[in-house]
Design a protein around this ligand. Structure first.
Ligand code: HEC
Length: 278
């Protein structure tokens, strides 16, 4: 009887040590991907030092920003990135490219998808009126232009939302694909995953949580979470329709349902208990 007990005890110990080993491995993987250095290209600096590469004239049949055919002077962005960054040192399958625009808008996409799409960095609009470098973009009654840089593709459909076409672009970053997943995933309550996914796909380009994300809209968690100074019901309604709260609001109505908005708010409440400055 006694030996049986000892056997059970030993088996338990073995299983336990296995479990803790696995946990350690997971932590090591996490630590490794977080510590991978961030790689940044300052496009204006590269232009000043004549390092953008050979320019060429390209035609975009249906430009999604100008809504018509356009001609630009541009450089091949894939070649530019390969000249500036040693891609053999990183794993393109696990890397994303993040675009930083003047107003803090920060869209991103998988690096491999980007490099294979024949992307161009347009730096001059050949349809611009005389004396101007860019034709104005008219959006919501305001006139803007795409300067200094605009990412375009000659062989990607403007309807394919996996591809980003950022204008007013100033910097490009390469980061681990799972950086935001590791830092912002609701590990302690996986039921909040739906809210997290909605936030990651619809909000992170403009808003940060714990300083991860875009800066076009305000940080939503640190030092004070929006869930601490907004009434919950109002916050849910705001996310569905910001213009019903603020005149000339700059946050767009994104087509989020009330239920989805509640899921996002539940996730934001969870993050308010997981604040940290990164
Ligand atoms: C295109 C950029 C953009 C996107 C996408 C976006 N926002 Fe915003 N958001 C803004 C801006 C800009 C403001 C500041 C609004 C203002 O007062 O004009 C804002 C304001 C807010 C506020 C109010 C903050 C405060 O302190 O009062 C909340 C909450 C918010 N956004 C949540 C969200 C959520 C949740 C999503 C995703 C479903 C989202 N936003 C998507 C740009 C964006």
């Amino acid at each position: 009887m006694k030996t049986v007990k000892i056997h059970i005890l030993i088996s338990c110990l073995i299983i336990l040590s296995f479990l803790s080993c696995n946990q350690k491995n997971e932590q090591e993987v996490e630590a490794k991907s977080i510590s991978q250095p961030e790689i940044k290209l300052d496009l204006l600096d590269l232009q000043k030092s004549n390092k953008l590469g050979k320019d060429t004239v390209i035609t975009i049949i249906n430009d999604p920003v100008y809504h018509k055919a356009k001609k630009y002077k541009a450089v091949n962005t894939a070649i530019l990135i390969k000249n500036e960054i040693d891609l053999t040192k990183l794993d393109p399958k696990n890397t994303k490219i993040v675009f930083e625009c003047i107003d803090g808008y920060k869209p991103e996409m998988p690096l491999e998808l980007f490099l294979n799409a024949n992307p161009y960095l347009a730096f001059q609009d050949l349809d611009a009126p005389k004396g101007n470098k860019w034709e104005p973009i008219v959006k919501d009654g305001n006139e803007m232009n795409a300067a200094p840089f605009y990412i375009v593709y000659t062989s990607v459909s403007e309807k394919d939302t996996r591809y980003k076409w950022p204008y007013n672009l100033v910097k490009i970053y390469l980061e681990p694909l799972n950086k935001s997943t590791l830092e912002l995933y609701p590990l302690k309550n996986r039921k909040l995953e739906a809210g997290y996914n909605l936030f990651k796909n619809q909000c992170l380009t403009c808003h940060s949580i714990n300083a991860i994300g875009g800066t076009m809209g305000p940080e939503l968690n640190y030092p004070k979470s929006v869930t601490e100074y907004w009434k919950e019901k109002e916050l849910v309604d705001y996310i569905v329709n910001p213009a019903s709260f603020r005149y000339k609001v700059t946050m767009p109505t994104l087509g989020i349902t009330k239920q989805q908005s509640q899921e996002i708010v539940d996730y934001l409440k969870y993050m308010s208990e997981n604040k940290k400055k990164i």
